[in-house]
Design a protein around this ligand. Structure first.
Ligand code: WTA
Length: 658
């Protein structure tokens, strides 16, 4: 068990308890710890009763006959029930008093603005559902979406949900190989994309990346392309059509047919400890119940709120807390296309002032970048509309927490530090803003119905303060149902450490007060700027280059990104180390996976430290990079001279950078 301490905790920050204000609590759905404890106890004693009550706030075309069937690791929730997820997110609001309420207030990076009401969203989604059906897309077909942060990305996702098709959204920063992998694994034959998107004042081309992927994967019959930036793109006859051409010839009416509660809703790929990302499969009724319930209690979302989650729809946070959760709640939300620092670091704060944002949900890595940019940016804006702040994606270091609390929240907004994962679908550990006393750096307590615990290797519950593995001991509605097409891998990855118990892959400890402190990943997964990356994925990208014989990748602490990627490579005999080759290899990872995976450091090595059975000892590389030397147990190491040589290489590269 790792004994890492959360980074840079000053005892001062860590110990201050921030209680919600009386005013906030008085208006909150859960107004006190007593109310939390009472409902939590009931929800753990009778989870099915709790979740059934929450699920009944959604619109079901047919009510379920059984809340939960559970035979670990297989869960079905709300069996016999039928619903349409899109109808829940759009039609039921468009049909009532929210018809002319803004669903999405969107701003493009260049400054263009659009407001889409629930009534308008309904029409657009119906039209696009008709487009998909006209193009032969049927229930359960997979549709790959590769788009910038524009309302059409949301419309495309909802239209898939409406017709029962399964979307698989690929983050716009991924490269063509990543698209090929996801097309091959999901078997999608329709792709929805755009010519490009705006990022830091430039057009990031998307359609050309899709074209490159489709040379390798030829089973895609149709590509629908949104004209966002007007950059020149090639259109292949009989395969590619423009979004706007498709939309003019279809009706704005479309019946939302009901699907089974367990109908697949989406597959979202995420990194694990092997070279290939896993397609996490989520289904309909349970997932929607999870995201709706958490929006209701954790963000305490109200009709008057202006909510803004700065994630990208390409990640789970975008799926759950831009698309399905807030829209199921009938919320008004801000959506932004571009970079937080364009044209400068004041962009977010200007938008908060302009739209009167009340709930703001972002990532610690962004907060750290804002701290570095200086206080003058938030100071220049009136942020008094904010009432609640949220954090997600990685542990928030106390300095970032305090800055966020003071400079953005004006010392008055509770911060919900939300712990969850692609696999969990919805937030599982978080403060409730009107009830939970917060401390910088802890995600605090489990959400209703979530039986979270920390176990040691033998499966015993850890004592207060002792590090262990974070697990969930009871099923919950928004849990992943499988890894797409690979139930065995699903079982092995998440459910085999302890029988019948979900292992999250995170290390954590619980303090005497019951608060959960997340330490970080225990597996070979890195968290770079809140993005999940597998070390094996980056290694396999490196060895796909002609010059590379072997590669090992580790994470090292990084002030801004949380973790940085450090790579070690050995070269094939005919290749020579050179700064040019280093640059080329780093660029190669960018080409294969995407810029987010590019190694920050790349060391050439004459050999990698291995066990006698040939396993690379990444632990030693980590020690070398973090401490400059190896102190741990090296008895299993096959050849110690490798370590000595690496030590020199690292010292030289440090000297070179100074
Ligand atoms: C990490 C993102 C500490 C964790 C929603 C988890 C966090 C991984 C937090 C999932 C948090 C997420 N505090 N760590 N509040 N939130 N993590 O699948 O290591 O992209 O396992 O989902 O992010 O990343 P994913």
């Amino acid at each position: 068990m790792s004994t890492k301490k959360p980074k840079s905790i000053s005892s001062h920050d860590q110990d201050v308890i921030h209680k919600p204000s009386k005013d906030f609590s008085a208006k909150a759905r859960i107004p006190s710890m007593a109310a939390y404890r009472k409902l939590y106890k009931a929800s753990i004693e009778k989870p099915e009763k709790f979740w059934a009550k929450e699920a009944s706030e959604l619109l079901w075309q047919k009510k379920w006959s059984k809340v939960l069937n559970w035979k670990a690791p297989n869960a079905t929730w709300f069996d016999g029930g039928k619903l349409n997820v899109c109808e829940n997110c759009v039609d039921r609001h468009a049909a009532g008093p929210r018809k002319n309420k803004a669903a999405i207030i969107w701003e493009g990076e260049p400054g263009d603005k659009r407001i889409i009401t629930y009534g308008q969203l309904h029409k657009e989604v119906c039209r696009f559902a008709n487009v998909l059906q006209k193009n032969g897309v049927k229930a359960k077909d997979r549709v790959l979406i590769y788009m910038p942060m524009v309302p059409e990305a949301v419309i495309a996702m909802l239209a898939c949900a409406r017709i029962g098709a399964v979307h698989t959204v690929v983050f716009g920063g991924f490269a063509s190989e990543a698209i090929v992998d996801r097309l091959e694994d999901s078997g999608a034959h329709v792709v929805i994309t755009a010519d490009g998107g705006w990022r830091r004042g430039k057009v990031v081309p998307l359609k050309p990346v899709v074209d490159e992927a489709l040379v390798k994967y030829q089973k895609v019959s149709h590509v629908i392309v949104l004209n966002r930036c007007g950059n020149e793109v090639a259109m292949t006859t009989d395969r590619d059509t423009w979004w706007h051409d498709e939309m003019v010839n279809v009706s704005a009416k479309h019946e939302a047919k009901a699907f089974d509660a367990e109908h697949p809703l989406f597959v979202l790929y995420t990194s694990g400890s092997t070279g290939k990302p896993k397609g996490i499969l989520h289904t309909s009724g349970g997932y929607l119940t999870g995201v709706h319930t958490t929006c209701k209690y954790i963000f305490d979302m109200r009709d008057e709120d202006i909510y803004w989650c700065t994630a990208d729809v390409g990640w789970i946070t975008g799926h759950s807390y831009i698309v399905y959760g807030p829209l199921a709640m009938g919320a008004t939300q801000v959506m932004y296309e571009g970079a937080p620092n364009f044209p400068d670091f004041g962009r977010f704060w200007k938008m908060i002032e302009e739209y009167g944002v009340t709930i703001f949900y972002t990532a610690p890595t962004a907060i750290r970048a804002f701290i570095k940019a200086g206080d003058s940016f938030p100071k220049a804006q009136d942020l008094s509309s904010l009432r609640l702040l949220g954090s997600v994606g990685e542990p928030i270091n106390p300095e970032a927490w305090s800055w966020y609390h003071q400079k953005i929240g004006g010392g008055k907004c509770p911060i919900v530090d939300t712990w969850w994962q692609t696999e969990t679908g919805a937030i599982l550990i978080s403060p409730l803003p009107g009830a939970t006393p917060c401390k910088a750096g802890t995600a605090t307590l489990p959400f209703f119905g979530i039986d979270a615990a920390i176990l040691d290797d033998a499966g015993n519950e850890c004592k207060a303060g002792q590090d262990g593995r974070l697990v969930i001991r009871k099923p919950w509605p928004s849990m992943a149902r499988s890894i797409y097409g690979d139930k065995e891998r699903y079982k092995k990855t998440y459910w085999s450490d302890y029988p019948g118990i979900y292992t999250a892959g995170d290390g954590a400890r619980r303090h005497k007060d019951g608060n959960f402190w997340i330490i970080g990943r225990l597996d070979d997964v890195l968290n770079v700027s809140g993005h999940r990356l597998g070390t094996a994925e980056i290694e396999s990208a490196l060895v796909s280059h002609a010059a590379v014989a072997e590669a090992a990748v580790i994470g090292r602490p990084h002030e801004m990104k949380g973790q940085a990627v450090a790579a070690f490579v050995t070269l094939k005999g005919s290749f020579q180390e050179s700064p040019e080759l280093r640059k080329e290899l780093i660029g190669h990872v960018g080409k294969v996976i995407g810029a987010i995976a590019k190694p920050d450091d790349l060391h050439f090595a004459i050999g990698l430290p291995k066990t006698r059975s040939g396993k690379i000892m990444r632990r030693l590389l980590k020690e070398l990079v973090c401490h400059g030397t190896v102190t741990g147990n090296v008895t299993t190491l096959e050849d110690f001279t490798v370590i000595e040589a690496l030590q020199k290489t690292i010292q030289q590269s440090v000297a070179h950078h100074q």
